[in-house]
Design a protein around this ligand. Structure first.
Ligand SMILES: [Zn+2]
Ligand SMILES: [Zn+2]
Length: 245
């Protein structure tokens, strides 16, 4: 079996995130070198200490849609600010973006609660038609119930991310491998689409999803179940999600 390859890295941070170290030029150049067709610039929302200012997202209109031959999606990794899963950017700013990804981060307003509560908060986030997918759901610092989450994602047609950075020894997310494996097993059993992302904070990590691929291949998940192995599948999904707004 050929090694699984992604065409789109849908989770990449630029210097605008405050704790990431590469420019759009460096990121797209690296993506082109690796043969990626698309990157999404997913800088952290304003609630994260050091995160980008709201004007950063507003002004993404001036960003070209392609650089170095790589298609650019204008994105945010938005933060959950309370148990109602409200996000840290106004709806009119969010609506102007190509894609919106959401996940738990400490110090952004919502701190981890009991498993049932964390799970319910992520489900509320998926109920928001502006949200395109949930990032790094496997994180022991914000424990969730994998089966409830996978069922809810399936019902809403929202993919879940397997985050490669979470699986590196340098990750701040605890026990991601254990949670991710549970999510992957359930996704395989129930047919939930997954997204593999680098969550790169420096250009050398762009397109790196090797740890995530290892887990998926161990469970026998094929490329067809991974949304971002094809740019046209990504664009098809985003168009369908927008039609639900
Ligand atoms: Zn994150
Ligand atoms: Zn991120």
């Amino acid at each position: 079996m050929d090694k699984m390859r992604i065409e789109a890295d849908l989770h990449v941070h630029t210097v605008a995130s405050g704790h990431a170290y590469s420019t759009v030029e460096e990121i797209t150049r690296e993506a082109a070198k690796l043969g990626l067709k698309m990157v999404a610039l997913t800088d952290h929302g304003p609630a994260l200490p050091g995160g980008a200012h709201p004007y950063h997202f507003w002004n993404l209109r001036i960003m070209p849609t392609e650089l170095n031959g790589v298609q650019i999606l204008k994105d945010i990794e938005a933060n959950i600010t309370n148990p109602d899963a409200d996000l840290d950017l106004p709806a009119d700013y969010l609506e102007a973006l190509d894609i919106i990804i959401v996940g738990f981060h400490p110090k952004c307003g919502y701190e981890s609660g009991p498993v049932e509560q964390n799970t319910a908060v992520l489900i509320k986030a998926m109920d928001n038609p502006l949200v395109d997918f949930i990032v790094h759901p496997g994180n022991a610092k914000f424990p969730i119930d994998p089966e409830t989450l996978v069922d809810a994602a399936l019902e809403r047609g929202v993919p879940l991310e397997i985050n490669n950075s979470s699986l590196l020894p340098t990750s701040s997310r605890e026990a991601a491998t254990i949670y991710d494996l549970q999510i992957i097993k359930l996704a395989k059993e129930k047919g939930l689409p997954l997204i593999l992302s680098s969550d790169a904070h420096i250009y050398t990590h762009v397109g790196k999803v090797d740890k995530a691929v290892e887990l998926l291949e161990k469970e026998g998940i094929s490329s067809g179940q991974v949304l971002n192995t094809s740019v046209s599948t990504v664009l098809g999904y985003l168009a369908r999600r927008r039609a639900q707004r």
